[in-house]
Ligand binder design. Structure first.
Ligand code: F0G
Length: 359
């Protein structure tokens, strides 16, 4: 009998392609190796012959793709002797930073826009014991402050301007190719600060250069209509969207994201909050996959472009679902306001009636 090696995270798995040495102390929570789930019902419902896969990054240890970047960023921060990390965040980066700092035994400071991060993200960041600094300004303001304060205090920035974040996150592209045996024709993902589209494009390029795959996908970046600087072609000052994770107007990886779009022959587009929420609900109801609102922008975009024919039939498409739906219980409850639970007597008769009434 062969004993399978215990999975210990993406740095171990892809160490040949990551900036670590044999002596590096790896800070990991066994992130990565997330499921690539092929949608079964939605393609049939739209009547199109396409293969749509969702890369469910919400199943990472803190519930988002940020764990991929954070294992790498915190590993390198610790290797460099740093005792504290800092980030600005719309919620997921803060949760990941806090968790990996706890794992490493260092301190995490997170700047978040007051009242604008989902409840689950706040709760987990508190539990991981980060120091939370709320600001009366948005993510972009927080990001500017973090960049400034890092010049005045001994803290390592772990936002995606930290190149090690991109290194970690590029492994999602590796996993997709390793699993499918090829790169998809189209890769659809939500875009906020634009680190993730940068990372995927880097990953696909590295694999294509080394001939691990023969093709590279067209990169499709989808934004919320009220926070769509890439669609506007310029930074915007007061981003607004129900998808708070991508409520960003001044993306840091501006040039990298444009390079991904241009080099891959891809595009950016924007979707209303209603369209994003409809896609989130559709995915839950018809596929049993519950992602957070921002994540659903990828499916909203893919479906629109498949239906219009911009993404042709016969295509293989991967949508990244960046975060877990249970991070944002308030939006979920609003989405299901009409589906109130019935309250009945605790008797066999009443339960029977409740069931028969619904069939
Ligand atoms: N989806 C989710 C769930 C996110 O949390 C983010 C970014 C994105 C998509 C966009 O990814 O920034 O690489 O383009 N969240 C950051 C945060 C900004 O602070 O958690 P991106």
């Amino acid at each position: 009998m062969t004993t399978q090696k215990h999975y210990t995270g993406l740095i171990e798995r892809y160490r040949d392609r990551l900036p670590v040495s044999a002596t590096t102390r790896i800070i990991s929570l066994n992130e990565g190796r997330t499921p690539l789930i092929q949608l079964q019902n939605i393609p049939r419902m739209i009547g199109k012959d396409v293969e749509i896969y969702v890369k469910f990054e919400g199943l990472n240890p803190t519930g988002s793709f940020k764990d991929r970047g954070m294992t790498m960023a915190v590993t390198k921060a610790v290797e460099d002797g740093s005792e504290a990390i800092i980030c600005a965040s719309t919620g997921n980066t803060s949760a990941a930073a806090a968790a990996y700092a706890a794992r490493a035994g260092i301190k995490a400071f997170v700047l978040i826009p007051e009242g604008k991060i989902a409840l689950g993200k706040l709760a987990q960041t508190l539990m991981y014991n980060a120091t939370i600094i709320q600001i009366n300004g948005n993510f972009d303001k927080g990001m500017a402050l973090v960049k400034e304060v890092a010049n005045h205090a001994p803290v390592t920035i772990v936002n995606s301007i930290n190149p090690f974040r991109i290194e970690g996150q590029k492994t999602a592209a590796f996993e997709i190719v390793d699993e499918l045996g090829f790169a998809p024709d189209y890769h659809c993902l939500p875009v906020g600060n634009a680190g993730n589209i940068t990372a995927y494009w880097k990953g696909y390029n590295e694999y294509a250069t080394d001939r691990v795959c023969g093709n590279r996908p067209v990169m499709c970046g989808y934004q919320a209509a009220g926070a769509a600087p890439f669609v506007a072609g310029m930074m915007i000052d007061n981003p607004e969207t129900v998808a708070t994770a991508i409520r960003i107007g001044h993306p840091q990886s501006w040039d990298f994201a444009w390079a991904a779009q241009k080099e891959s022959g891809g595009w950016f587009d924007k979707f209303s909050d209603e369209q994003i929420l409809a896609a989130q609900k559709m995915l839950s109801q018809y596929e049993g996959v519950f992602c957070e609102p921002a994540s659903a922008a990828s499916l909203a975009g893919a479906l629109q472009d498949i239906i219009s024919g911009k993404i042709p039939e016969g295509s293989k498409i991967v949508c990244t679902l960046t975060g877990n739906g249970i991070k944002d219980p308030e939006i979920a409850m609003q989405q299901c306001a009409d589906a109130k639970p019935v309250t009945i007597d605790a008797s066999l008769d009443a339960v029977k009636r409740a069931i028969l009434d619904c069939l």
